[in-house]
Design a protein around this ligand. Structure first.
Ligand code: SF4
Ligand code: SF4
Length: 167
């Protein structure tokens, strides 16, 4: 494929987790898109700090790429949000049980992360979005969850609250 980056390093410099080792070399284990969509189980605490309020994937490298400035938003209905998903916010996602999350995400790419992955991500994202009380209440409830990733995220929320290291 023809390389069109030239001297640009915008995506490497903007990546919140420093996931690029070098141009064209991405360490997926540090990429928020990988961590929030494909990764199963616990996310490293240092990466939870950097994940910010991304619930599912990350668009930072796409947003800063100069080539994408010319792209028009898609108006194809296939790309429109599912009505049920358009209504749900982080707080209600934290309150939802797994059956409800499955129902909400059916037919959407979000189903890829599975309910446990979305709950894990929602705990982390809620803290970064300033929803500290909602995150803490959900964390207490989910601290004994069967999924490692949910438990680790719940613990991270609780420990942050206990040490006062909230955003
Ligand atoms: S998707 Fe986000 S975390 Fe992953 S490489 Fe791009 S900017 Fe970095
Ligand atoms: S931001 Fe776009 S043009 Fe710049 S280095 Fe990254 S992929 Fe290449």
């Amino acid at each position: 494929m023809h390389e069109r980056c030239g001297s640009c390093r915008a995506c490497l410099d903007a990546c919140p987790t420093d996931a690029f080792d070098a141009p064209f070399q991405l360490d997926a284990r540090r990429c928020i898109s990988y961590l929030t969509i494909e990764h199963r189980g616990a996310i490293d605490p240092s990466l939870m700090e950097a994940t910010d309020d991304w619930l599912f994937g990350c668009d930072v490298c796409q947003e800063v790429c100069p080539w994408n400035r010319r792209v028009e938003p898609a108006d194809d209905p296939a790309f429109a949000p599912l009505p049920a998903l358009a209504e749900i916010g982080l707080a209600s996602l934290l309150d939802a049980d797994e059956a409800r999350i499955r129902e909400l995400t059916r037919g959407s790419p979000l189903a890829r992360a599975r309910p446990a992955g979305l709950l894990r991500n929602a705990l982390v994202a809620a803290v970064h979005a300033g929803l500290h009380d909602e995150a803490l209440h959900a964390a207490w409830r989910l601290d004994g969850h069967e999924d490692d990733g949910v438990r680790a995220a719940a613990r991270w929320v609780i420990e942050r609250a206990e040490t006062g290291s909230q955003d």
